[in-house]
Design a protein around this ligand. Structure first.
Ligand SMILES: [Zn+2]
Length: 330
């Protein structure tokens, strides 16, 4: 943890300023082990392996703990980097472009292994704070530790240990895996200063009826309950189906005959998947099967979130015919 992060932190319990009580281990750039304390209520929070820890993992409800555990395993085992990550992220953040990050203080709600946090830093953000609840913070820290403008924090999205100082907050693929997606969105928006912007990408209720009907029962009843190493192996089978279809049918047909391709089942999504290699596709399939909690959000419902934060110039875009991208200013 770099000391400059202290300017952005606030006690998740009382909102007081956070001070460094002591550091017991430093490397040449940052604090590796130490203790933070709240100036107001004197609560203490530890810095462990370079990451400040604000989550009381002993008190996390069962469903949240299961989600965090399963995703944590994923992000410590699928640590590959894909050169398409930037394009993929910009798809989820549309209409935002890389230049938008320049000079901004940015918050990422649910950073996983830190791949988007790293991109936000590369695109010129002054500071980026990536938060996550689970073990993924270890991978995110390892991936970004050489970047002076990235800070990884372990905390609960509903109790953010942050001041209201952010120019931009974004969350991709995370809110719908929390027990209350709307509340998680409001919690992120509450850390924006006036005039700040927020982006969110969520699974759509529309066009996902087949997942809700056929995949969800398998996910909630079976695949989210088995051990992740077993699911890792089992999920290679559906991945093989998706991989062959996307590479041999969707991608070639989209190149040769767009009108014909448009008739295919979930064409936009499968064609998009076809741009990724085996490992990334395996990660995506695994991701669909591992989550104990997943909500599918309708456009109407999504729009009410933006009204609730009184956002201006809101743009809600339909992405890959199965999800919603939202962007607005508060
Ligand atoms: Zn406090």
């Amino acid at each position: 943890m770099r000391e400059r992060l202290l300017d952005l932190l606030a006690c998740p319990t009382c909102g007081g300023d956070i001070l460094l009580a002591y550091a017991s281990a430093y490397d040449d750039k940052e604090i590796i082990e130490g203790v933070l304390t709240c100036k107001k209520c004197t609560r203490e929070y530890r810095i462990i392996r370079g990451v400040p820890r604000f989550a009381d993992l002993g008190k996390i409800e069962e469903d949240k703990a299961a989600t965090v555990g399963n995703f944590g395993w994923q992000w410590t085992n699928f640590t590959q980097e894909d050169k398409r990550y930037d394009e993929q992220l910009l798809g989820w953040l549309q209409p935002v472009k890389p230049d938008f990050f320049r000079g901004k203080v940015v918050l990422e709600g649910g950073c996983g292994k830190g791949r988007h946090t790293k991109l936000a830093a590369a695109w010129g953000a002054t500071d980026v704070v990536g938060i996550d609840l689970g073990n993924a913070v270890e991978s995110a820290f390892a991936l970004t530790r050489d970047l002076p403008n990235v800070h990884i924090v372990q905390c609960d999205i509903y109790r953010l240990p942050l001041k209201r100082v952010f120019d931009y907050a974004f969350s991709v693929g995370v809110l719908h895996h929390t027990p209350d997606p709307r509340k998680a969105f409001l919690s992120l928006a509450a850390k924006l200063k006036n005039g700040g912007h927020i982006s969110a990408w969520v699974y759509g209720a529309e066009n996902n009826e087949w997942i809700r009907k056929y995949v969800n029962p398998i996910r909630t009843g079976f695949t989210s309950r088995i051990s992740q190493p077993v699911l890792y192996q089992l999920s290679k089978l559906p991945t093989l189906g998706v991989f062959l279809a996307s590479k041999l049918i969707y991608k070639p047909l989209n190149k040769t005959s767009k009108p014909l391709a448009a008739k295919l089942f979930y064409n936009d999504y499968h064609n998009h998947l076809g741009t990724f290699g085996w490992r990334e596709q395996h990660n995506i399939v695994f991701d669909h099967l591992v989550a104990p909690t997943a909500f599918y959000i309708s456009k109407d419902e999504f729009e009410t979130w933006w009204k609730e934060i009184d956002a201006q110039n809101v743009e809600i875009l339909w992405h890959n015919q199965n999800s919603w991208c939202g962007f607005g200013k508060i």
